[in-house]
Design a protein around this ligand. Sequence first.
Ligand SMILES: Cc1cc2nc3c(=O)[nH]c(=O)nc-3n(C[C@H](O)[C@H](O)[C@H](O)COP(=O)(O)OP(=O)(O)OC[C@H]3O[C@@H](n4cnc5c(N)ncnc54)[C@H](O)[C@@H]3O)c2cc1C
Length: 388
Amino acid sequence: MIDLELSDEQRLIAQTARDFVDNEVVPRARDSDRAQRFDAALARRLGELGYLGAPVAEEYGGRGLDYIGYGLIVEEVGRGDSAMRTVVSVQTSLVCGSIERWGSEEQRQRWLPRLCAGEAFGCFGLTEPDTGSDAAALRTRAEKIDGGWRISGQKMWISLGNVAEVALIFAQTDPGLKHRGLACFLVPTDSAGFATQEIHGKLGLRASDTAEISLEAVEVGDDALLGEVGDGFKVAMSALDSGRYSVAAGCVGICEGCVQASVAYAKERKQFGVPLASFQLVQEMIAEMIVRRDAARMLVRRAGFLRDANQRSTAETSIAKLYATESAVECANLAIQVHGGSGYVDDYPVERYLRDARVTTLYEGTSQIQKLIIARDATGIDAMAPPQ
Ligand SMILES: Cc1cc2nc3c(=O)[nH]c(=O)nc-3n(C[C@H](O)[C@H](O)[C@H](O)COP(=O)(O)OP(=O)(O)OC[C@H]3O[C@@H](n4cnc5c(N)ncnc54)[C@H](O)[C@@H]3O)c2cc1C
């Protein structure tokens, strides 16, 4: 049975994160968004507080928290600023989680303590210009050379790519083997032939670093291989399972922020001689946001509970990701409506919530891909790749 009660420790984790976000994240979010500036100092501060490796074992510099506790932290950071929440999700779930699960002892010791502490950033290079949802078809090529590998290819839309010290690069070792030929490499970003370019002009997540990466005959040693040759697809899928949970938790935070901002505004602003909150049509919008927030939070809690109990949770995580991300978009849209014209400018956080929420239904698997995972689990039929 799922226990929805939080423990005293989990309550304390949430409260501490809430205070930090209110004091240090919220006051900087609008300016960073306006300036389209990645706030590296604040991102490092997340590490100092133990928010960049919360579920990683303490022996590797993490806090050894359970997934419910991790989700509570991500929810708070997501309420404050999705650009910072992206740092938490990528660094913790995609990068640290993969190294902890698939890495050798030497790889864990080399990278995890510094990544968890925020002394270094890592990025996750799966998507390419020509392969997004169909990640198994990626074209980056890894060729075996004496003592290591030579990697060539392009990666697209990579969060933290311009600031990372290490990049998880997914590459094909044998095109004939399709997804069974994929491998993942820990590539130091100062390697010869590794270059990045910033991507600008994003609708939202403007304060998040996003990169295009090019690898031209980058040479790494055998010790850069994460897991075995052929494990690449499994590494990516296990990372995305954790990343989707993290994105979903962050979106609960957006829903919460929308409710808080809308309730406060509707009680303060008057029209027709009474507060907006007196109008049933405004209350209806607030009620819709609250129902979505609560349902999303429960779905995230269920996915976290299953994970903590070491039970299969891929479908439940996709359900949480699909519902929470779509709800964040919906709540932000409603919150702007409650705010009227004031919701259309950045004096209030709601327009940023909408712009930032929009990408969450795209990355770490689009909403369509989540639906295909959920229905595949129910039917046993994979409708992802139609016959050609
Ligand atoms: C700001 C940002 C940050 C990102 N960060 C990272 C990162 O750190 N690392 C990384 O590797 N990637 C990252 N991504 C990439 C992201 O994961 C991809 O954009 C996403 O997986 C979708 O791929 P695509 O953009 O190629 O869309 P496509 O796969 O081309 O999809 C386009 C449309 O077709 C639909 N579609 C595709 N296939 C199917 C199907 N089988 N059935 C039904 N519909 C389908 C999709 O749902 C979508 O609506 C990021 C993207 C953005 C925008």
